[in-house]
Design a protein around this ligand. Structure first.
Ligand code: AMP
Length: 541
């Protein structure tokens, strides 16, 4: 017997329609690429998205077509999020930090027909145009006055002129909720990037999940600043969830540095921040240098890479904000686990709380997690035994876009490539990427634990641990450190600091200092480059 409830497909356009009707005057603030702050509202965003949808249809964009963006977090990018998916086309957010050959590969592989780009990325747009791909139209996400000159880009127009002549009436079509809505490529350490094709259904379900209190808690009482880029994993789904709940949204445009972020946080009374550790490192360093203490920020969500305890401490102790540590992947939309505390943790002292908070958190309802060993056998969730982390659920990719070979799936389970433990309270803790584990004498040393401990050492700004060949132990850790600008901390001081924090056999055999860690397109440390740079490194005996 079937239930007798009305069937409304889970479509992204319903989120925008709802925001228009019920959050009409809630502000959407955006720093533009040209500089000035744009002050809009969910009502305005909805209206301009309808004009944009009409403009896209007039241009010939049809359901299923891929429309690409090379853009920062701005109101125009937000309108593209809703207009492109809303009319049934697929929004392909391209990461402008990708190496050129990968950028070419994904625009070609996705068969993008239109490219919207911020002026910052004009050269990248020209590069795409020079490659004889499928892209027919180029639209600069700016106004007529700021349209880049002499670009020779085919069909170039500016965004404001593109939407201006079109009606603000547009009937968002209904279609199957499993229709593709957006596309984001993830680059592994080798091979070509792989496309993750999200659906309306997965996106809407993930929006509910993002809004849950035990998740990112995106809500109407917050002023939300997603620093996580809209060109990577749909900015963690924040734009959709914010439309649904009617959160005031503050978009940082190209200003991801500490000074620009602080201006927005202060100026717009931001209460909730979301981003990766490298961005927060910049913000914390800037706030320290100008002697600023945050007052209004309640929540700082940190994910995308391991969050060092020293960062949690700085936000919570100095700035009075609660840190929400979360884990996810491009393939998981991205939210998989979020760290929130249980009632029994209230009695813990600082060290006990930190032991919980440093973990990546508990799974959200909707996803299922498990650990397996190399032979696919289940590994106990005892907080001690580590294994390959697998995940499944309605917002986890079931395969990659236009790719037959799929070594990442084990039936309906997706191999994350992460090594983790899960404790009796279901807190998951990542110890390593499987490619980065350091194997010493048959035992694994967690590079994340080693790095987190090192980043607590005074004078250490960033740290990365890699395995170096060792005649007796197979591999031993080498710690690579970036000093704080005003520090001259020595290798012996770092070693002495770590001695008090780690088991003896986890201590690095050597510490090397470099100017900066190599970062990939999504802000993660490129361990492979470090391994290449230190190939043949001879450890002291
Ligand atoms: P991406 O698909 O580029 O977003 O990268 C996903 C990967 O980032 C995961 O598989 C993890 O290795 C890493 N990652 C994401 N969040 C965290 C976290 N909170 N702690 C440690 N690693 C993380």
């Amino acid at each position: 017997m079937l239930g007798q409830m009305s069937h409304q497909p889970l479509l992204i356009s319903y989120q925008l329609r709802f925001a228009d009707r019920f959050h009409h005057n809630i502000e959407v603030i955006s720093r533009t690429v040209e500089g000035p702050i744009d002050r809009s509202s969910w009502g305005q965003i909805a209206k301009r998205s309808r004009k944009l949808a009409n403009a896209l249809v007039a241009l010939g964009v049809k359901p299923g077509d891929r429309v690409a963006t090379l853009a920062w977090n701005t109101h125009r990018h937000l309108e593209l999020y809703f207009a492109v998916s809303g009319l049934g086309a697929v929004l392909h957010t391209v990461n402008p930090r990708l190496p050129l050959d990968q950028l070419r590969y994904i625009v070609d592989h996705a068969e993008d027909s239109v490219l919207f780009f911020d002026n910052t990325f004009t050269k990248l747009a020209q590069y795409v145009a020079s490659q004889q791909l499928e892209v027919r139209n180029f639209i600069a996400m700016t106004d007529t006055a700021n349209l880049p000159a002499d670009t020779h880009l085919p069909g170039l127009t500016d965004y404001e002129s593109f939407i201006a002549p079109h009606s603000a009436e547009f009937e968002w079509p209904d279609f199957d909720e499993n229709t593709a809505s957006s596309l984001c490529y993830t680059s592994g350490t080798s091979g070509n990037p792989k496309g993750v094709l999200y659906s309306h259904r997965s996106t809407v379900l993930h929006s509910y999940a993002a809004a849950m209190v035990d998740s990112l808690g995106i809500c109407a009482s917050d002023v939300t600043l997603p620093v996580v880029p809209m060109f990577h994993v749909n900015a963690w789904g924040v734009p959709y969830a914010a439309a649904m709940v009617g959160s005031k949204l503050v978009l940082p445009g190209p200003g991801m540095d500490g000074k620009s972020l602080l201006e927005l946080i202060d100026g717009e009374q931001v209460t909730s921040l979301l981003g990766v550790p490298t961005v927060w490192m910049g913000l914390l360093t800037h706030m320290k240098s100008v002697g600023y203490t945050m007052k209004g920020v309640r929540k700082v969500t940190i994910g995308g890479a391991a969050c060092p305890p020293s960062m949690i401490e700085a936000f919570e102790k100095i700035h009075g904000a609660r840190v929400i540590h979360a884990w996810g992947m491009t393939e998981t939309s991205p939210i998989g686990t979020v760290n929130t505390m249980l009632p029994k943790h209230a009695a813990l002292d600082d060290a006990g709380r930190m032991a919980v908070k440093r973990k990546q958190g508990r799974p959200l309802y909707g996803v299922d997690l498990r650990l397996v060993d190399d032979d696919h056998n289940a590994v106990p969730h005892d907080g001690e035994t580590s294994g390959h982390l697998q995940i499944r659920g309605p917002w986890v990719a079931s395969s990659y876009f236009r790719r037959d070979r799929d070594e990442a799936h084990d039936g309906e389970w997706f191999y994350t490539g992460d090594i983790a433990t899960i404790d009796a309270d279901s807190y998951m803790q990542i110890t390593d990427r499987s490619k980065d584990v350091i194997k010493s004498g048959g035992e694994w040393i967690s590079s994340i634990d080693l790095e987190n401990a090192a980043m607590g050492c005074p004078g250490v700004a960033q740290a990365a641990a890699i395995g170096v060949a060792h005649p007796k132990w197979q591999e031993r850790p080498l710690l690579i450190v970036v000093r704080h600008p005003d520090s001259d901390v020595t290798a012996a001081e770092v070693q002495a600091y770590l001695t008090a924090k780690l088991a003896k056999w986890w201590l690095p055999d050597a510490v090397e200092f470099i100017e900066a860690l190599p970062l990939g397109a999504t802000g993660k440390v490129l361990k492979r480059q470090l391994r290449e740079r230190f190939a043949g490194y001879v450890l002291p005996t």
